[in-house]
Design a binder for this molecule. Structure first.
Ligand code: SAJ
Length: 411
């Protein structure tokens, strides 16, 4: 089988590597000339275990090449980004549309076209299908079109691409069968055949499920701060119930999935998607909640912010709530930022950040923050741990987290 993959990023490149390793001929297409040159020389631009060796071997065996233009193939897979439109958070399909248009000159009857990028429900039927119909194809008869969303964890992409179950959403049942033959080349998990719109909504709902559950935990944290209960104890106790799994409250929800995908659903049914929208609003309100509590803890002076990544132990700061918190506090306090996972000329070392700081504000659960070097921290410094990762502090340091925020109301 010959496969042409449009987009050689975090998903497209590992996918290309696995097809090549499984005896397919692969063309990896990208608009970035430097990426293409590097890939053809075995230089990999993404940090992901296992990819580099597979691509180098595939280049040696002549089964993989990177190119600026598509080629004729049996299957085409689109793995380009789907950003959101800033004004209303709806799904920006422009890269997907131009990727689809770019393959039209190379298509032939019997080909399979698969969209992997996360897209809003109904996008395949309403927007992508007409692109190929207008080019003269009858979907399900002489061209097979499907949406098959990726669902992988960075750092474990190769393993998850092979072993995770996969949603195969064809525009027609014939399209699902053809798309499953493509993934059958390397996927060992179950291939679940369904309709395109079901696949689209399933992917969006996976991330919405987490967002809604996190919103519930965040709402609990606010209620506890208001009525005087330890939220962390409530979560610990309630989760002893075999069918309860309260999530963890925090400073907000970041990243390019949970903070975005729920809006794709909301935009489709704004009158009905009430819990989804309320959850987004609740999670978006957490930076302000953090700032309000900071203001109760200290009135002026220096704050050391620890961690701006959206998630612990990564250097990814997309949509991180930390930036909104910093922008808010910068108006009234001197802010020094330390993040061991992000290189930024404006950030400082831990020692510099905590030097003379009245408050240490933890916004991310990097492992480095679990046991801080308290020798560098001056006496009577206050820590506000919004990720609830610090278990113990020396006697001369005061710790606030979501377990005891309510005590601030009595001050
Ligand atoms: N967070 C909380 N409380 C929690 C859990 C997370 O506040 O109890 C926050 C995190 O701090 C972070 C945000 O939520 O700011 C998102 O973190 P995450 O680890 O839940 O999600 P992502 O965005 O890194 O990855 C998700 C995953 N989806 C699901 O777990 C359903 C991943 O499997 C997907 O591949 C990815 O989205 C994606 O590509 O869609």
């Amino acid at each position: 089988m010959k496969v042409c993959i449009i987009g050689q990023g975090y998903i497209g490149l590992p996918t290309a590597a696995l097809f090549a390793r499984n005896h397919c001929e692969v063309v990896g297409v990208d608009v970035n000339e430097k990426i293409i040159d590097n890939l053809n020389n075995g230089i990999i631009h993404i940090e992901e275990p296992g990819i580099s060796d597979i691509i180098k071997k595939a280049l040696e065996l002549n089964v993989y090449k990177a190119s600026l233009t598509p080629e004729k193939a049996d299957a085409f897979i689109i793995t380009v980004p789907t950003p959101y439109i800033v004004e209303n958070y709806s799904c920006d399909l422009s890269y997907v549309i131009s990727a689809c248009e770019s393959i039209i000159p190379y298509l032939k009857k019997g080909n399979t076209v698969i969209i992997e990028s996360t897209i809003a429900p109904m996008s395949t039927d309403d927007i992508i299908k007409p692109i190929f119909e207008n080019a003269g194809y009858t979907i399900g008869k002489d061209l097979y079109l499907a949406h098959c969303p990726e669902r992988v964890l960075p750092g474990k992409i190769i393993d998850e691409l092979i072993h995770n179950d996969r949603i195969i959403g064809g525009v027609t049942p014939e399209c699902s069968v053809k798309a499953s033959e493509v993934y059958g080349q390397f996927v060992e998990g179950e291939l679940m055949l369904t309709e395109a719109k079901t696949a689209e909504l399933s992917k969006c709902m996976e991330n919405t499920f987490r967002d809604v559950n996190i919103a519930l935990a965040n709402e609990l944290a606010k209620i506890c701060a208001e009525i005087g209960v330890n939220a962390l104890d409530v979560i610990k106790m309630a989760n002893k119930h075999p069918r309860v799994n309260l999530h963890s409250p925090g400073p907000g929800v970041g990243g390019h999935c949970l903070a975005i995908d729920p809006y794709f659903i909301y935009a489709k049914a704004p009158e009905t998607a009430k819990i989804i929208k309320l959850s987004r609003d609740t999670n978006n309100s957490m930076p302000e909640f953090v700032c309000d509590n900071v203001r109760k803890i200290i009135k002026e002076g220096k704050i050391a912010v620890l961690g701006v990544s959206y998630k612990g132990n990564t250097g990814d700061d997309r949509e991180s709530p930390a930036y909104e918190i910093i922008a808010n506090l910068e108006k009234d306090y001197e802010i020094a930022i330390y993040d061991p996972h992000i290189e930024n000329p404006n950030f400082v070392s831990f020692k510099e950040a905590v030097d003379n700081a009245g408050l240490i504000l933890i916004l991310c659960d990097h492992n480095e923050f679990k046991n801080l070097d308290y020798e560098s921290v001056k006496e009577n410094t206050v820590i506000f741990d919004t990720k609830n990762i610090i278990e113990e502090v020396p006697d001369n340091i005061k710790l606030y987290n979501y377990g005891n925020l309510y005590t601030l109301n009595n001050n």
